[in-house]
Ligand binder design. Sequence first.
Ligand SMILES: C[S@@+](CC[C@H](N)C(=O)[O-])C[C@H]1O[C@@H](n2cnc3c(N)ncnc32)[C@H](O)[C@@H]1O
Length: 197
Amino acid sequence: MNVSRETSERLATYLELLKKWSKKINLVSPASLKDARSRHFADSIQLARLCKESAKTWVDLGSGGGFPGAVVAIVLAEERPDLSMTLVESDQRKCAFLRSVSRETSVPFNVIAKRIEDVAPLKADMLSARALAPLTDLCTFAERHLHKDGTALFPKGAKWVDEVKTAQKKWRFSLQTHTSETSPEAVILEIGELSRA
Ligand SMILES: C[S@@+](CC[C@H](N)C(=O)[O-])C[C@H]1O[C@@H](n2cnc3c(N)ncnc32)[C@H](O)[C@@H]1O
């Protein structure tokens, strides 16, 4: 995705903060920190492209070091100033980091420092979660926080077909798959019309 100079500078600020805070808290696996640009940032930017034009709210669950939610907020800040981003993360120190990213990049997003299950339903138009839980459990979270007409985006690895089959025993949903640009075996699952089977 081509990004403006301002967005590129904001992402660079984010990367510097990620490296600095990673000396004290575990935001991404230490091995992946040196490839953060090509892995965590690139992975997250792909999701920004899938944002629906009509969406006004996006909720990212289990954001950790901000992937994908904080990156999506930064990448869409200029072209989608109407989009409100909320990150839900139970680890207080990670939330302090996420708030510092928002402050230092001047990109507003909400950070809710609670467990997903304890947050009142957010009725999100877009919902995302990366490396958080199996698809069946993500559907439970989406049932709580996704608007009935909303769209969920879940990046998944090579075993995504098995995860979908397992989830379909309990859930009904529309499904579109997008091949990941960062790994040929990985996909982004685009899920809508979620209900219990
Ligand atoms: C493996 S990390 C993934 C972080 C990030 N999404 C990424 O892709 O790098 C999972 C994160 O979800 C958070 N988490 C796990 N269960 C949670 C829950 N029930 N409510 C809120 N956050 C949760 C953890 O604290 C952790 O930061």
